[in-house]
Write a protein that binds this ligand. Structure first.
Ligand code: GUN
Length: 290
Protein backbone atom coordinates (compact mmCIF):
# COMPACT_ATOMS: atom_id res chain seq x y z
CA UNK A 1 0.00 0.00 0.00
CA UNK A 2 1.46 3.35 -0.97
CA UNK A 3 1.78 6.69 0.73
CA UNK A 4 -0.68 9.26 -0.48
CA UNK A 5 0.90 12.59 -1.41
CA UNK A 6 -1.53 15.23 -0.22
CA UNK A 7 -1.27 18.14 -2.61
CA UNK A 8 -3.93 19.79 -0.53
CA UNK A 9 -1.66 19.83 2.52
CA UNK A 10 1.51 20.82 0.67
CA UNK A 11 -0.40 23.59 -1.14
CA UNK A 12 -1.84 24.86 2.15
CA UNK A 13 1.70 25.11 3.59
CA UNK A 14 2.92 26.97 0.50
CA UNK A 15 0.00 29.35 0.68
CA UNK A 16 0.53 30.07 4.39
CA UNK A 17 4.17 30.87 3.64
CA UNK A 18 3.16 33.17 0.77
CA UNK A 19 0.66 35.00 2.93
CA UNK A 20 3.44 35.84 5.38
CA UNK A 21 5.71 36.91 2.49
CA UNK A 22 3.00 39.19 1.12
CA UNK A 23 2.46 40.82 4.51
CA UNK A 24 6.19 41.43 4.86
CA UNK A 25 6.45 42.82 1.32
CA UNK A 26 3.57 45.25 1.89
CA UNK A 27 5.03 46.34 5.23
CA UNK A 28 8.56 46.80 3.89
CA UNK A 29 7.90 48.27 0.46
CA UNK A 30 4.22 49.23 0.23
CA UNK A 31 3.93 46.94 -2.81
CA UNK A 32 1.01 44.52 -2.77
CA UNK A 33 1.24 41.78 -5.42
CA UNK A 34 -1.45 42.03 -8.11
CA UNK A 35 -2.61 39.30 -10.47
CA UNK A 36 -4.78 40.11 -13.49
CA UNK A 37 -6.88 37.17 -14.66
CA UNK A 38 -8.48 37.42 -18.09
CA UNK A 39 -11.35 35.10 -18.97
CA UNK A 40 -12.80 35.25 -22.47
CA UNK A 41 -16.13 33.54 -23.12
CA UNK A 42 -18.17 31.35 -20.82
CA UNK A 43 -16.51 27.93 -20.68
CA UNK A 44 -17.92 26.48 -17.43
CA UNK A 45 -14.70 24.72 -16.32
CA UNK A 46 -12.69 27.90 -16.92
CA UNK A 47 -15.17 29.88 -14.82
CA UNK A 48 -14.62 27.51 -11.90
CA UNK A 49 -10.80 27.75 -12.26
CA UNK A 50 -10.91 31.54 -12.41
CA UNK A 51 -13.17 31.73 -9.34
CA UNK A 52 -10.80 29.46 -7.40
CA UNK A 53 -7.77 31.51 -8.44
CA UNK A 54 -9.50 34.69 -7.26
CA UNK A 55 -10.38 33.19 -3.87
CA UNK A 56 -6.84 31.90 -3.39
CA UNK A 57 -5.40 35.34 -4.20
CA UNK A 58 -7.65 37.02 -1.68
CA UNK A 59 -6.66 34.56 1.06
CA UNK A 60 -2.96 35.20 0.42
CA UNK A 61 -3.39 38.99 0.39
CA UNK A 62 -2.77 39.28 -3.36
CA UNK A 63 -4.87 41.79 -5.31
CA UNK A 64 -6.86 39.94 -7.91
CA UNK A 65 -8.03 41.94 -10.91
CA UNK A 66 -10.55 40.06 -12.99
CA UNK A 67 -11.39 40.86 -16.62
CA UNK A 68 -14.32 38.92 -18.04
CA UNK A 69 -14.79 39.44 -21.74
CA UNK A 70 -17.57 38.12 -24.01
CA UNK A 71 -16.88 35.20 -26.39
CA UNK A 72 -17.24 37.63 -29.34
CA UNK A 73 -14.22 39.67 -28.20
CA UNK A 74 -11.89 40.32 -31.12
CA UNK A 75 -8.20 39.51 -30.99
CA UNK A 76 -7.36 43.21 -31.30
CA UNK A 77 -9.51 44.03 -28.26
CA UNK A 78 -7.87 41.28 -26.24
CA UNK A 79 -4.37 42.35 -27.29
CA UNK A 80 -5.20 45.95 -26.36
CA UNK A 81 -6.25 44.85 -22.87
CA UNK A 82 -3.03 42.84 -22.47
CA UNK A 83 -1.05 45.90 -23.55
CA UNK A 84 -2.76 47.94 -20.83
CA UNK A 85 -2.04 45.29 -18.21
CA UNK A 86 1.61 45.12 -19.36
CA UNK A 87 1.87 48.87 -18.70
CA UNK A 88 0.03 48.84 -15.35
CA UNK A 89 2.62 48.89 -12.54
CA UNK A 90 0.11 47.55 -10.00
CA UNK A 91 -0.16 44.33 -12.04
CA UNK A 92 2.69 41.87 -11.44
CA UNK A 93 1.16 38.82 -13.04
CA UNK A 94 -1.08 38.36 -16.09
CA UNK A 95 -2.94 35.14 -16.73
CA UNK A 96 -5.15 34.59 -19.75
CA UNK A 97 -7.27 31.53 -19.05
CA UNK A 98 -6.99 28.85 -21.73
CA UNK A 99 -8.53 27.55 -23.90
CA UNK A 100 -9.55 30.69 -25.76
CA UNK A 101 -12.72 30.74 -27.88
CA UNK A 102 -12.32 29.78 -31.55
CA UNK A 103 -10.95 32.55 -33.71
CA UNK A 104 -8.50 33.91 -31.13
CA UNK A 105 -4.86 32.96 -31.61
CA UNK A 106 -3.47 31.51 -28.42
CA UNK A 107 0.07 32.03 -29.70
CA UNK A 108 -0.42 35.69 -30.49
CA UNK A 109 -2.11 36.32 -27.15
CA UNK A 110 0.54 34.53 -25.09
CA UNK A 111 3.35 36.25 -27.00
CA UNK A 112 1.85 39.66 -26.22
CA UNK A 113 2.08 39.18 -22.45
CA UNK A 114 5.19 40.86 -21.02
CA UNK A 115 7.46 37.87 -20.16
CA UNK A 116 8.29 39.52 -16.82
CA UNK A 117 4.58 39.32 -15.90
CA UNK A 118 4.02 35.89 -17.46
CA UNK A 119 3.30 34.03 -14.21
CA UNK A 120 1.88 31.09 -16.22
CA UNK A 121 5.32 30.62 -17.80
CA UNK A 122 3.79 30.05 -21.25
CA UNK A 123 5.54 32.85 -23.19
CA UNK A 124 8.15 31.48 -25.62
CA UNK A 125 10.81 33.48 -23.73
CA UNK A 126 10.01 31.69 -20.49
CA UNK A 127 9.68 28.34 -22.26
CA UNK A 128 13.08 28.92 -23.86
CA UNK A 129 14.64 29.82 -20.52
CA UNK A 130 13.24 26.59 -19.06
CA UNK A 131 14.63 24.52 -21.94
CA UNK A 132 18.10 26.05 -21.55
CA UNK A 133 18.07 25.40 -17.80
CA UNK A 134 17.88 29.06 -16.76
CA UNK A 135 14.19 29.45 -15.90
CA UNK A 136 12.51 32.71 -14.94
CA UNK A 137 8.80 31.88 -14.65
CA UNK A 138 7.92 28.20 -14.99
CA UNK A 139 4.51 26.67 -15.79
CA UNK A 140 2.55 26.16 -12.58
CA UNK A 141 1.36 22.55 -12.87
CA UNK A 142 4.76 20.92 -13.49
CA UNK A 143 6.34 23.29 -10.97
CA UNK A 144 3.81 22.10 -8.39
CA UNK A 145 4.58 18.50 -9.31
CA UNK A 146 8.28 19.08 -8.63
CA UNK A 147 7.34 20.34 -5.16
CA UNK A 148 5.30 17.20 -4.58
CA UNK A 149 8.16 14.99 -5.75
CA UNK A 150 10.54 16.82 -3.41
CA UNK A 151 8.08 16.29 -0.54
CA UNK A 152 8.58 12.51 -0.92
CA UNK A 153 12.35 12.87 -0.49
CA UNK A 154 13.00 11.01 -3.77
CA UNK A 155 16.39 11.69 -5.39
CA UNK A 156 15.60 11.98 -9.10
CA UNK A 157 19.19 11.54 -10.23
CA UNK A 158 19.39 8.70 -12.75
CA UNK A 159 15.75 7.72 -12.26
CA UNK A 160 13.61 6.65 -15.21
CA UNK A 161 10.80 9.21 -15.50
CA UNK A 162 7.96 8.54 -17.92
CA UNK A 163 5.56 11.35 -18.78
CA UNK A 164 2.33 10.39 -20.50
CA UNK A 165 1.13 13.45 -22.44
CA UNK A 166 3.04 16.08 -24.44
CA UNK A 167 1.08 19.30 -23.88
CA UNK A 168 2.81 22.67 -23.74
CA UNK A 169 1.20 23.28 -20.34
CA UNK A 170 2.29 20.06 -18.58
CA UNK A 171 4.11 17.30 -20.49
CA UNK A 172 6.83 19.31 -22.26
CA UNK A 173 7.79 21.66 -19.40
CA UNK A 174 7.65 18.70 -16.99
CA UNK A 175 10.28 16.92 -19.06
CA UNK A 176 12.77 19.79 -18.74
CA UNK A 177 12.21 20.15 -15.00
CA UNK A 178 12.88 16.43 -14.45
CA UNK A 179 15.87 16.58 -16.76
CA UNK A 180 17.32 19.44 -14.73
CA UNK A 181 17.30 17.11 -11.73
CA UNK A 182 19.12 14.46 -13.76
CA UNK A 183 16.26 12.04 -14.38
CA UNK A 184 16.23 10.11 -17.66
CA UNK A 185 13.05 11.34 -19.28
CA UNK A 186 10.70 9.69 -21.77
CA UNK A 187 7.69 11.59 -23.13
CA UNK A 188 4.91 9.28 -24.31
CA UNK A 189 1.86 10.29 -26.32
CA UNK A 190 -0.99 8.94 -28.42
CA UNK A 191 1.37 7.47 -31.07
CA UNK A 192 3.74 5.82 -28.62
CA UNK A 193 4.18 2.11 -29.29
CA UNK A 194 3.67 -0.16 -26.30
CA UNK A 195 2.90 2.46 -23.67
CA UNK A 196 2.44 -0.29 -21.11
CA UNK A 197 6.09 -1.38 -21.39
CA UNK A 198 7.31 2.20 -21.14
CA UNK A 199 5.32 2.78 -17.94
CA UNK A 200 6.44 -0.58 -16.53
CA UNK A 201 10.05 0.60 -16.64
CA UNK A 202 9.37 3.89 -14.87
CA UNK A 203 10.54 4.91 -11.39
CA UNK A 204 8.43 8.05 -11.73
CA UNK A 205 5.22 8.24 -13.76
CA UNK A 206 3.52 11.54 -14.58
CA UNK A 207 0.14 10.97 -16.24
CA UNK A 208 -1.26 14.02 -18.04
CA UNK A 209 -3.40 12.81 -20.91
CA UNK A 210 -6.93 13.71 -19.82
CA UNK A 211 -8.35 10.22 -20.35
CA UNK A 212 -10.02 8.59 -17.36
CA UNK A 213 -7.94 5.75 -15.85
CA UNK A 214 -5.98 5.24 -19.05
CA UNK A 215 -2.85 4.19 -17.15
CA UNK A 216 -3.66 0.81 -15.64
CA UNK A 217 -2.64 -0.04 -12.11
CA UNK A 218 -0.80 -3.22 -13.11
CA UNK A 219 1.49 -1.19 -15.42
CA UNK A 220 3.03 0.48 -12.38
CA UNK A 221 6.40 -0.83 -11.25
CA UNK A 222 6.57 -1.91 -7.60
CA UNK A 223 7.76 1.12 -5.58
CA UNK A 224 7.30 3.73 -8.35
CA UNK A 225 6.16 7.28 -7.60
CA UNK A 226 2.94 8.09 -9.45
CA UNK A 227 1.75 11.63 -10.18
CA UNK A 228 -1.73 11.93 -11.65
CA UNK A 229 -2.54 15.23 -13.36
CA UNK A 230 -5.88 14.12 -14.82
CA UNK A 231 -9.25 15.31 -13.57
CA UNK A 232 -11.97 13.45 -15.45
CA UNK A 233 -15.65 13.39 -14.60
CA UNK A 234 -17.12 9.95 -15.21
CA UNK A 235 -20.69 8.78 -15.76
CA UNK A 236 -21.59 8.41 -12.07
CA UNK A 237 -20.57 12.06 -11.56
CA UNK A 238 -17.39 11.33 -9.63
CA UNK A 239 -13.90 12.58 -10.47
CA UNK A 240 -11.11 10.20 -11.45
CA UNK A 241 -7.57 10.71 -12.64
CA UNK A 242 -5.66 9.39 -15.64
CA UNK A 243 -4.40 6.49 -13.51
CA UNK A 244 -6.40 3.57 -12.12
CA UNK A 245 -5.92 4.63 -8.51
CA UNK A 246 -7.03 1.59 -6.52
CA UNK A 247 -4.72 -0.89 -8.24
CA UNK A 248 -1.86 1.58 -8.81
CA UNK A 249 -1.80 2.48 -5.12
CA UNK A 250 -1.15 -1.17 -4.23
CA UNK A 251 2.14 -1.02 -6.15
CA UNK A 252 3.36 2.58 -5.95
CA UNK A 253 5.52 3.86 -3.09
CA UNK A 254 3.86 7.27 -3.38
CA UNK A 255 0.82 8.37 -5.36
CA UNK A 256 -1.24 11.55 -5.72
CA UNK A 257 -5.01 11.32 -5.26
CA UNK A 258 -7.63 12.92 -7.51
CA UNK A 259 -8.93 15.33 -6.34
CA UNK A 260 -6.57 16.80 -3.74
CA UNK A 261 -3.27 15.91 -5.46
CA UNK A 262 -1.80 18.00 -8.26
CA UNK A 263 -4.78 20.39 -8.64
CA UNK A 264 -4.25 22.47 -5.49
CA UNK A 265 -0.54 22.83 -6.29
CA UNK A 266 -1.19 24.58 -9.61
CA UNK A 267 -2.89 27.50 -7.89
CA UNK A 268 -0.28 27.61 -5.11
CA UNK A 269 2.49 27.92 -7.74
CA UNK A 270 0.57 30.64 -9.58
CA UNK A 271 0.47 32.64 -6.36
CA UNK A 272 4.13 31.89 -5.76
CA UNK A 273 5.12 33.15 -9.22
CA UNK A 274 3.01 36.30 -8.69
CA UNK A 275 4.64 37.06 -5.34
CA UNK A 276 8.08 36.53 -6.86
CA UNK A 277 7.25 38.89 -9.71
CA UNK A 278 6.05 41.54 -7.25
CA UNK A 279 9.22 41.15 -5.16
CA UNK A 280 11.41 41.56 -8.22
CA UNK A 281 9.44 44.62 -9.24
CA UNK A 282 9.65 46.13 -5.72
CA UNK A 283 13.41 45.62 -5.61
CA UNK A 284 13.86 47.24 -9.00
CA UNK A 285 15.36 44.00 -10.32
CA UNK A 286 14.27 42.90 -13.74
CA UNK A 287 13.02 39.35 -14.12
CA UNK A 288 13.63 39.73 -17.83
CA UNK A 289 16.38 41.85 -19.32
CA UNK A 290 15.01 44.25 -21.92
N1 GUN B 1 -6.06 26.18 -18.62
C1 GUN B 1 -5.80 25.00 -18.03
N2 GUN B 1 -4.72 25.11 -17.22
C2 GUN B 1 -4.31 26.38 -17.31
C3 GUN B 1 -3.25 27.11 -16.71
O1 GUN B 1 -2.44 26.60 -15.92
N3 GUN B 1 -3.17 28.42 -17.06
C4 GUN B 1 -4.02 29.01 -17.93
N4 GUN B 1 -3.85 30.29 -18.22
N5 GUN B 1 -5.01 28.36 -18.51
C5 GUN B 1 -5.15 27.07 -18.19
Amino acid sequence: MSNIISGKEVAAEVREGLKAEVEALVKDTGVRPGLAVVLVGDDPASQVYVRNKKKACEKAGINSIEHRLPAETTEEELLTLIGELNADTSVHGILVQLPLPDGLSEDRVLETIDPSKDVDGFHPYNMGRLVTGKPVFEPCTPLGIMRLLHSTGIDLKGKEAVIVGRSNIVGKPMAFMLLREHATVTICHSRTRDLKEKVRGADVVVAAVGIAEMVKGDWIKEGAVVIDVGINRIEDGSLVGDVEFATASERASYITPVPGGVGPMTIAMLLSNTVRSAKLSASGEKAVAS
